[in-house]
Ligand binder design. Structure first.
Ligand SMILES: Nc1nc2c(ncn2[C@@H]2O[C@H](COP(=O)(O)OP(=O)(O)OP(=O)(O)O)[C@@H](O)[C@H]2O)c(=O)[nH]1
Length: 228
């Protein structure tokens, strides 16, 4: 592997419609506000232009795919709540512009992220060659605690593949704590897994380091104030 890739990484009830007398109570229950989230987490998606960052986010949050979406300007975000380990987690997902001219804007969003999804396009050599540049951005701007996931997107374009799965795995193995997967936003392959795995890793780390289990209360990973 090219020495450019030797990038140092710091340590790393609903009721049925019957005439039961309980129906009134059920409909009253339905009007109750939803249980608030136990945790709030920020995840950022980075990577070169056109690799599919917006598509991955939108597939996950809205289950949609756009064949010709506009390039992101600066940053955008979407919210999705997931349940994991019996906890409700409100994810704020930041989608960043891949164009270098927005780096000064996007870099401000790295610090608060507990999870970082770094994406390349398996059909575009240059997006893979750009990875060390993105790792430098992570090292410079992100928290040392952030969980990292490398994603080779556009797996549906197997016939146009330029970057092998082994190349992705090899790059990833050089970075402490980083995980790897291939996905397709278009075919909805491995997209939920990207986010659920990342959140699970973030929560595991929290448990391991004596997060709320030892304290015995729900200690938000991110303050509500930081979310809006
Ligand atoms: N075949 C295929 N095309 C995809 C996939 N994901 C995204 N695309 C296409 O790739 C193009 C770029 O997708 P975007 O999601 O806008 O990429 P981006 O990384 O957000 O781009 P920037 O905002 O410019 O940084 C669009 O035409 C998408 O339809 C995928 O999994 N498979």
């Amino acid at each position: 592997m090219d020495s450019r890739y030797d990038i140092p990484r710091r340590a790393t009830g609903g009721g049925s419609a019957n005439s039961s007398p309980a129906l009134g109570a059920q409909s009253r229950r339905r009007k109750m506000p939803p249980r608030p989230a136990d945790f709030k987490l920020q995840i950022i998606i980075i990577g070169s232009r056109g690799v599919g960052k917006t598509s991955i986010m939108e597939r996950f949050t809205d289950d949609t795919f756009c064949e010709a979406c506009k390039s992101t300007v600066g940053v955008d975000f979407k919210i999705k709540t997931v349940e994991l380990r019996g906890k409700k987690i409100r994810l704020q997902i930041w989608d960043t512009a891949g164009q270098e001219r927005f780096n000064s804007i996007t870099s401000a969003y790295y610090r608060g992220a507990k999870g970082i999804v770094l994406v390349y396009d398996i059909t575009k050599q240059e997006t893979f060659e750009d990875l060390p540049k993105w790792m430098k951005m992570i090292d410079k701007y992100a928290s040392e605690e952030a969980e990292l996931l490398l994603v080779g997107n556009k797996l549906d374009c197997e016939t146009d593949r330029i970057i092998s799965k082994q190349q992705g795995e090899r790059f990833c193995s050089r970075i402490s704590g980083m995980r790897f997967c291939e996905a397709s936003a278009k075919d909805n392959f491995n997209v939920d897994e990207i986010f659920l795995k990342l959140v699970d890793d973030i929560l595991s780390k929290r448990f391991l380091h004596g997060g709320y289990t030892q304290k015995g209360h729900d200690d938000n990973l991110v303050n509500a104030d930081e979310m809006e």
